[in-house]
Structures are given as structure tokens and as C-alpha cells.
Design a binder for this molecule. Sequence first.
Ligand code: GRF
Length: 201
Amino acid sequence: FRIAVFASGNGSNFQALVDAVAAGKLNVTIELLVCDRPQAAVIQRAQKAGIDVFAFRPKEYASREAYETEIVRELDRRGIDLIVLAGYMRILTETIVNPYYGRMINIHPSLLPSFPGVRAIEQAWEHGVKTTGVTVHYVDGGLDSGPIITQRPVEVREEDTLETLETAIHAVEHELLPYTVGLISAGRVRLEDRRVYIARV
Ligand code: GRF
């Protein structure tokens, strides 16, 4: 089962996948990292793990469609079964979303549909919610809007600060993402009419 990970920054979720594979907890091959920021720390993580990188500068392309077409060609060529968006900070268009619908997931640091978008943890914190969490969902054309696969709650404690809450959420992400990729790679996840069903073992 061959996956490609898309990431733009630090790459701690990418690292969680690499570590789960190395520990024998996740039976997939990480074929490729796709990164839209050639200076991002995640690229060094991939190089260290011996994983191929497709890095590009969006500005060097005439349009989104132009670089997405190139990415799709690369994914198809490698026979990618699943795309994992892990901190990829760019909206994808139908050039990728259509051919890979049902084969592309995203991790998001809130309990969707609450707090979509890039400031999810801060917004949950500012709102004063008592429970937030992490969601992994299929990607459709919208912003953090596709069918939900898995979620985990994270309690906001009175002694928390934004920073400790962020740390707690990231720790849960690093568990939930490899777990969910494992479910999909084991063929236990079925998407039907925008609802997700997980087979018990
Ligand atoms: C994570 O919080 C992820 O949920 C969000 O972006 C962040 C990426 O962090 N979409 P990292 O690059 O994986 O460390």
C-alpha cells in the first residue's frame, strides 16, 4: 500500500508516519513527500528517512492547474493508493481532488465541523470550548469539509494555555493519523454517499 504525504512546514505528522512504519506499526510504503516550500523542515525529515521528495515553488508555474497536473502525473506514475495531507497549506483544485476523491485524506486539529481553516486551535481556545480534538477526513473540494473518518476528543483543562493545548492536540494527531492510515490500508474503511463506515475486526 503506497502513500504520498503532502506537507508544507514542520512535518511532525509526516514524522509520526515515518516512525510508525519504522516501528512496524504501520504496514505501508511512504513513496513520496510533496512539498510546496523548498525550505520547509519536513524536507530534511524526508531526506533523513530516505523518502523521495517532490518540492516545487508555486510561483514558478503559470497556474495552480499547471503544478497540480505535474503532481498528479507523479502520483499516477508511482501508483499511489492514498494521499495524506498533513499540514499542507494550500487549497487543492479539482485537478487533484477529482481523480483522487476517496483516496485522499487530511488531518485537522479540531473536531470538525467546528473551526475549519488554518487557525483551528487558536479559535477553539479563544472560543473557550471545553472539548476540542482532532479529525481525519476525506478531502473534497471545500475547506476541511469532506466526509469524516476518525475523530479524537481533547479536553481543554483550566490549567491549559494555548501552548499546552497545542502540544496536547499535536500528540493526539501523531497517534490518530498513523492509526487512520492503518485502517485504510487494511481495507477497513468504506466511503459511501459521503458517509464513512469502519469494519470491525
Ligand atoms: C497540524 O496541526 C495539522 O493538523 C494541520 O497543520 C499542522 C501541521 O503540523 N493541518 P506538522 O507540520 O505536521 O508538524
